[in-house]
Design a binder for this molecule. Structure first.
Ligand code: URA
Length: 238
């Protein structure tokens, strides 16, 4: 197993909350002399040759968590499935639940404007439909509440498979929920935004969620989010 593959496995297990893995010795095998434990038999990170249609089919008519009770539609994701850039939001709102598409309500319109206008201003020939957009949870939480840890964990498996199937050059985490799902951090968004982080080797830019930016008193945050997007788009498309 290559070091890179090993690192990915370990990150995968850390995402699942498992932080110790032990090497199982064959009966005839001498005990490892070094203190390093190397996993030998581990399941695949994702089914080999995983694809977005296969993931959607595995989600099926999902009832794995309580969020299915209030949903109209499962909001899987939309955009260019071969994109170099994936945006990850929190979860569908009322408009998204109605239409089955992510970021189509007010926050979505702002996100679209941000992508289209920043790209145009920076001379980068992309528009919203050229990137891929999805959420941590695929069903609308009641009253648009923040998804609970178990809901994020269950649905996160599908988000991770989506990201691994697309293998973008970079990911943009929109807001604290996406940040937590990807980076397993307790750091606040104000501290983490505007900087590069990594998810299984893929650079992750963290920025504010567009719903937060819609609040009038957040002019400063808006400026910062535009800067974050500029950095991100130049990294991916220059
Ligand atoms: N907010 C999100 O996080 N995702 C959406 O799809 C819409 C609003």
């Amino acid at each position: 197993m290559t070091t890179n593959a090993l690192r990915q496995y370990l990150e995968y297990y850390r995402d699942l909350g498992i932080d110790s893995v032990y090497r199982r010795s064959a009966p005839s095998e001498p005990a490892p002399s070094a203190a390093v434990s190397i996993p030998v038999v581990l399941p695949d990170l994702a089914p080999p040759g995983d694809t977005l249609p296969a993931i959607l089919s595995d989600i099926g008519d999902c009832k794995r968590c309580r969020l299915h009770e209030g949903r109209k539609t499962i909001v899987f994701g939309s955009g260019n499935e071969r994109s170099s850039l994936v945006f990850v939001g929190e979860g569908p709102g009322a408009d998204e639940d109605e239409q089955g598409l992510p970021f189509v309500g007010r926050a979505g319109q702002l996100l679209t404007q941000m992508i289209n206008n920043t790209a145009a201003k920076e001379g980068i020939p992309i528009r919203r439909e050229d990137v891929y957009i999805c959420n941590v949870v695929k069903c609308r939480p009641p009253e648009n509440r923040t998804p609970l840890p178990d809901e994020m964990e269950i649905c996160g498996e599908f988000l991770f498979r989506q990201l691994m199937a697309i293998k973008p050059k970079a990911i943009c985490a929109l807001g604290a929920t996406a940040m937590k799902a990807l980076l397993n951090t307790k750091e606040g968004i104000t501290k983490s935004r505007g900087r590069w982080h990594k998810w299984r080797g893929i650079p992750v830019m963290i920025t504010y969620h567009p719903s937060y930016l819609l609040r009038q008193y957040n002019q400063q945050a808006r400026r910062e989010a535009w800067e974050d997007l500029k950095t991100l788009l130049h990294y991916v498309y220059d």
